[in-house]
Write a protein that binds this ligand. Structure first.
Ligand SMILES: C[S@@+](CC[C@H](N)C(=O)[O-])C[C@H]1O[C@@H](n2cnc3c(N)ncnc32)[C@H](O)[C@@H]1O
Length: 209
């Protein structure tokens, strides 16, 4: 994916496309960003949490600015990535719309299995309206992104929407199945874009309790 592919989104959001926190092969693709930007601008979420910072952070912080409200909390396990994303967001004048939290991975045991996932101690938000899952990296462990739902579920708003990037990968397909077994009332939609996007609409009152 070349950086030029982000130009239309930048134009739409009024972002300087010459100064993007872009990492080849690691940044979310424009078609995933388009989905989450459309959602954020339409639904104007008050509390957004994302796992894995970078292009998603910049775009979502800009959505909060355009919406005139809302705040993005970004969990980032890499200290350098957190610092780079924080600096990029500040250069775009969006620091007040986002909190980039350096959250090192720590051990959790879920359903008898061990995982490394973000330390969520510092995540002190109100109910989460929009959850974006684009980390931790898949090489860390099998089902690397699985802990997001069990660990954050009780913090989700009753009408929360969850987007997960890279959902075309076998690992991510499996973990969506695990989530749906645990939360059968969640409405799942799969978008067959470049890397696949899983959308879970947790819209039934009480589903997250
Ligand atoms: C898929 S990336 C997150 C991308 C981010 N949401 C974006 O749109 O740019 C997941 C995580 O991988 C790590 N990461 C990013 N670039 C990397 C690289 N070049 N090598 C290794 N890890 C990287 C960071 O910790 C990041 O949070």
């Amino acid at each position: 994916m070349s950086i030029a592919a982000y130009q239309p989104l930048c134009e739409r959001l009024g972002l300087d496309s010459g100064d993007l926190p872009y990492t080849p092969d690691w940044s979310a693709a424009p078609d995933f960003l388009q989905l989450i930007v459309d959602h954020a601008l339409t639904h104007k979420p008050a509390v957004i949490v994302e796992c894995g910072s970078g292009m998603t952070t910049l775009m979502l912080a800009r959505c909060c600015a355009l919406n005139g409200g809302g705040h993005l909390y970004s969990l980032e396990n890499g200290a350098d990535y957190a610092a780079n994303t924080r600096a990029a967001v500040a250069r775009h004048g969006l620091a007040q719309h986002s909190s980039i939290i350096h959250a090192p991975l720590r051990p959790y045991t879920l359903d008898g299995r061990d995982y490394q996932w973000y330390d969520v101690e510092q995540l002190t938000t109100g109910a989460i309206d929009l959850l974006i899952i684009d980390g931790p990296p898949g090489f860390i462990q099998k089902h690397s992104r699985y802990p997001a739902l069990p660990l954050l579920r009780e913090r989700l708003a009753d009408d929360c929407t969850v987007f997960m990037d890279d959902a075309a990968r076998p690992d991510e397909r499996e973990l969506v199945g695990m989530w749906l077994e645990e939360v059968p009332a969640a409405r799942h939609e799969y978008i067959a874009n470049e890397r696949g996007c899983a959308i879970l609409r947790m819209t039934d009152a009480g589903i997250n309790r």
